[in-house]
Design a protein around this ligand. Sequence first.
Ligand SMILES: Nc1ncnc2c1ncn2[C@@H]1O[C@H](COP(=O)(O)OP(=O)(O)OP(=O)(O)O)[C@@H](O)[C@H]1O
Ligand SMILES: [Mg+2]
Length: 224
Amino acid sequence: MGKGKLIVIDGLDGSGKQTQTKLLLEALSHTGQPVRQISFPTYGKSSALIELYLSGAFGGRAGDVNPYAASTFFTVDRVASYLGDWRADYEAGTLIVADRYTTSNAIHQAAKLSTEQKRAFFAWLDDFEYEKVKLPRPDAVFFLDLPPALGQELMARRYSGDERKKDVHERDLAYLEQCYETAQLAARELGWQRIECSGKGEIKSVQEIHLELVRRVKEICDIL
Ligand SMILES: Nc1ncnc2c1ncn2[C@@H]1O[C@H](COP(=O)(O)OP(=O)(O)OP(=O)(O)O)[C@@H](O)[C@H]1O
Ligand SMILES: [Mg+2]
């Protein structure tokens, strides 16, 4: 059986993943090939442990939960979604675009570790998610590079300034800075494509980022 392609869009909270995933999917759908979007976590489906973790049930700070333990919550959600939802499409040749994937563990969980520990974590994650659990390996990962302070501005608009609506990741700016540094390391070491989403301290327009993403997808994925 042939298999499809899997393109991943990842980045920090509020970096525009959903916005760009949707636009990319639209652009890809014009090629006439079967495409579909998936996104993680699957909130309300197989994400019960993630929801407990993000709501602070296991501790009010991200660092209260061991990164390997927290990672498994997210992996389980992806496996359930893969087996029960998109595996058939993927195996039938559909092009899948994912808003977050295993790569989010590399950003948000490795952030809890020192640099050397991060490298060991990346190796563990790769083996666990792709080799042992056998989730499909992405054909390409696009990292929306937006500094956390700018991402937070977008989030603030979404929550209308109500801090209480933020989850344990979102409300901790020091942790988000760690995530940003970790994402830069992951992008370099894991071969992610970095998409620059800001310039001169300002976020670029949705359209400008989209055009750059499309250009890079064309260059790398041999689709479009
Ligand atoms: N380039 C941009 N310029 C201005 N606003 C943007 C841009 N990209 C996205 N937004 C807006 O910022 C908010 C966050 O975007 P989006 O939901 O796409 O991010 P996300 O990465 O999926 O967030 P989360 O991490 O919470 O899932 C949305 O209200 C969106 O409309
Ligand atoms: Mg989103």
